[in-house]
Design a protein around this ligand. Structure first.
Ligand code: ARG
Length: 388
């Protein structure tokens, strides 16, 4: 409880510092004393709408691994703390999808559901089990290979065990939403199969090589992370799906390229008639650049917002400079802020970052309700990026 007040105080003092008119000291003093009283009598406190909105923005600002934080003040925050039925929760998620896509001019948004209660061992009021609101399934084939995204393999298996019957199984089958309310798991809801207009995707084609599109590659428009926890001033929101827009390399240098993901580089090398016998020919490096050009080109053609690693790292550098000038230095995780291709060609490569993870207000990883293993929960509990 003492700890909660300390975190609330740290949050309120950041809020005061960032506000246009920080001089209104009396107002903040009063707010802190009402928080203190609330914690003493009820064990917790409730954020005002302004605190919730600013808190979510600050949590984004404090996210060490995010390169897009320059725009942290432009986050749209939807307060859904009172929703507690399956229908209203799913509707709020559909609304988030449409709002954030914004016909391609993607907007950063977060939808915040009820906070965790302070009663020990109580279930989370709302949880989304999916890693992202749009994500492709991974199906194990008879020969052991995976059809679709290997990252989704375990989750897909669990969904099928709980009754999900995909209309068809393809390389890019969107998964249903799977939510839990007050500890009760609900039936998977195949929203993107039932309402295909909500699924916005981009077919990947290459600016010059016309054979490229025969690979049938595509990716979805908007990354909406739905399994992380949001903490604001010590209050824990276990369900707060949020989105930004993609940086091309996330798709072109990881999702479609990693050997343990879609692993498309060897197939793309064939399209470009490259000899793949020896890595020393740098065929991988040549192909990964072509794939990344194709990703950016295809999103641009469809007028769906996407960043490239040159522009985003420069923008991030600017953000760090501005924040340092206003005496609010930024914390960061170098290994995430450096792009996975052409690292040395971007300014983050030669920058140093303070790796402190701000604990009172941030986004955190959290154990999935599907994950029963208490030991793995405990070991993750020691990582500063996991909520304890
Ligand atoms: N890297 C993840 C993906 O490829 C998305 C993480 C969030 N990315 C973002 N641009 N906001 O799906």
């Amino acid at each position: 409880m003492q700890d909660l007040y300390i975190q609330a105080e740290a949050f309120i003092s950041s809020m005061q510092q960032f506000e246009d008119c920080p001089s209104n000291a009396e107002k903040w003093k009063q707010r802190l004393s009402s928080i203190k009283q609330s914690i003493e009598t009820t064990g917790t406190y409730r954020h005002t709408k302004e605190e919730l909105t600013f808190g979510a923005k600050l949590a984004w600002r404090n996210s060490n691994r995010c390169i897009g934080r320059h725009f942290w003040r432009q986050l749209d925050v939807f307060d859904c703390r009172t929703l507690n039925t399956k229908e209203t929760i799913l509707k709020a998620l559909e609304d988030h999808l449409v709002y954030s896509f914004n016909k391609g001019a993607i907007k950063s948004a977060v939808t915040i559901f009820a906070p965790k209660s302070n009663i020990p061992e109580s279930s989370d009021p709302v949880r989304i089990l999916n890693h992202q609101l749009i994500r492709y399934a991974g199906f194990k084939k008879n020969d052991g290979a995976v059809l679709g995204d290997p990252h989704s393999l375990k989750f897909t298996e669990a969904l099928e065990k709980h009754g999900w019957q995909p209309q068809e199984k393809t390389q890019f089958t969107p998964m249903p939403w799977w939510i839990q309310i007050d500890g009760e798991i609900q039936d998977p809801y195949p929203v993107l199969e039932e309402k295909p207009h909500l699924l916005t995707e981009v077919e990947i084609e290459h600016p010059e090589n016309i054979a490229f599109k025969e690979l049938g590659l595509k990716w979805y428009s908007t990354p909406i992370l739905s399994d992380m926890a949001l903490k604001i001033g010590g209050i824990h929101y276990p369900c707060a799906p949020f989105n930004g827009w993609y940086m091309g390399t996330e798709i072109g240098a990881r999702n479609l390229a990693d050997e343990n993901r879609y692993n498309y580089l060897p197939k793309i090398a064939e399209i470009f008639h490259l000899d793949t016998k020896s890595n020393r020919s740098l065929w991988r490096d040549r192909v990964i650049i072509e794939l990344n050009r194709a990703v950016l080109h295809s999103f641009d053609r469809k007028k769906i917002k996407i960043g490239d690693h040159h522009a985003l790292t420069r923008q991030f550098e600017k953000f760090c400079e501005n924040e340092a000038k206003s005496k609010c230095p930024v914390t960061g995780d170098w290994s995430w802020l450096v792009p996975p291709i052409s690292a040395s060609q971007t300014p983050t490569f030669s920058q140093e970052f303070d790796p402190t993870v701000v604990q009172h207000t941030n986004f955190f990883y959290q154990a999935s309700p599907l994950e029963q293993d208490q030991n793995s929960r405990k070991s993750k509990g020691k990582c500063p990026y996991h909520i304890n």
